[in-house]
Design a binder for this molecule. Structure first.
Ligand SMILES: NC(=O)C1=CN([C@@H]2O[C@H](COP(=O)(O)OP(=O)(O)OC[C@H]3O[C@@H](n4cnc5c(N)ncnc54)[C@H](OP(=O)(O)O)[C@@H]3O)[C@@H](O)[C@H]2O)C=CC1
Ligand SMILES: O=C(O)C1=N[C@H](C(=O)O)C[C@H](O)C1
Length: 247
């Protein structure tokens, strides 16, 4: 069976290094390009599938280059809101046959945590999210926390759940976190951490906490390799690794 030619954008970054190692160790893949900041992006054109773990400020330019040059993309970089996703859909409409997977988190446990939060959201009065990351992280709140909040909000809306109780009338700016579709999201940046999230649900004399911890960045690579293996067969834009898992 022919191997998949893979390129990595952000190859010298914290996650990019792990992805390069995992691709090199995979029998069915060949690492044909490793591109980082200030390297010529043209190098990435050797690849059939590109993996992007760069920065929210540059990922759109990278992705447009890939789509316009007929290269499938598996994207872990964060910073995608609905407007950005619509822009990507527009590029893909103009380049049928090119596919893109964007996933806020490639960790299998993290994907399950998001799905469990979505399932549980309608059964509780209150849901809040606390995400905790290393202090070198570029964005806040995390892409995973934003996506979790969207899933929680969608599930509650579909179930006709009322707004969450909150009688706060006076607070310092930021004390109640960010409001993401009506769900409060709190971001902690702490030396020693990698990536962690708790979804707190409460009501009716009980609470439920759903917690996920990333202990090592190699946790992201099985999901990335799954995306690389499957992306050629999933037309257009796919958002979220859950669509490639038999959940
Ligand atoms: N979806 C998921 O599962 C995960 C997503 N992430 C996300 O991935 C992104 C990267 O995270 P992380 O690896 O920790 O970040 P790093 O800063 O460690 O790595 C990013 C790398 O990309 C490089 N870079 C910057 N601009 C470009 C460019 N135009 N072309 C190619 N390379 C470039 C950076 O170079 P320089 O340092 O010189 O700027 C750096 O080496 C973040 O958005 C993060 O949130 C992280 C973990 C998991
Ligand atoms: O920057 C990180 O480290 C991470 N970014 C992703 C996010 O913003 O959700 C995934 C994971 O949390 C690690």
């Amino acid at each position: 069976m022919p191997v998949i030619k893979v390129g990595v954008l952000g190859a010298r970054g914290r996650v990019g290094v792990e992805v390069c190692k995992a691709v090199q160790a995979a029998d069915d893949m060949e690492l044909v390009a490793q591109v980082d900041k200030d390297d010529p992006i043209e190098e990435i054109g050797k690849a059939e599938v590109v993996v992007d773990f760069t920065h929210p400020d540059v990922v759109m330019d990278n992705l447009r280059w890939c789509v316009e040059h007929g290269v499938h993309a598996v994207v872990g970089t964060t910073g995608f809101d609905e407007a950005r996703l619509d822009t990507v859909r527009g590029w893909l409409d103009a380049h049928p046959g090119v596919n893109v997977l964007i996933a806020p988190n490639f960790g299998i446990g993290a994907v399950l945590m998001m799905q469990f939060a979505r399932q549980a959201a309608r059964f509780f009065d209150s849901v809040e999210i606390v995400e905790l990351h290393h202090p070198n992280k570029a964005d806040a709140p995390s892409g995973t926390a934003r996506r979790t909040a969207e899933l929680v909000a969608e599930a509650r809306a579909a179930a006709g759940a009322p707004p969450m109780p909150d009688a706060t009338t006076s607070a310092l700016d930021g004390a109640r976190g960010a409001d993401v579709n009506g769900v409060r999201v709190h971001a902690v940046r702490l030396a020693g951490l990698i990536a962690h999230q708790q979804v707190l649900l409460g009501g009716g004399g009980e609470t439920l906490t759903i917690r996920h911890d990333t202990m090592d960045r190699s946790a992201f690579t099985p999901g990335v390799l799954l995306g690389v293996r499957r992306i050629r067969d999933v037309p257009g834009l796919t958002v979220g690794l859950e669509h490639l898992l038999d959940l």
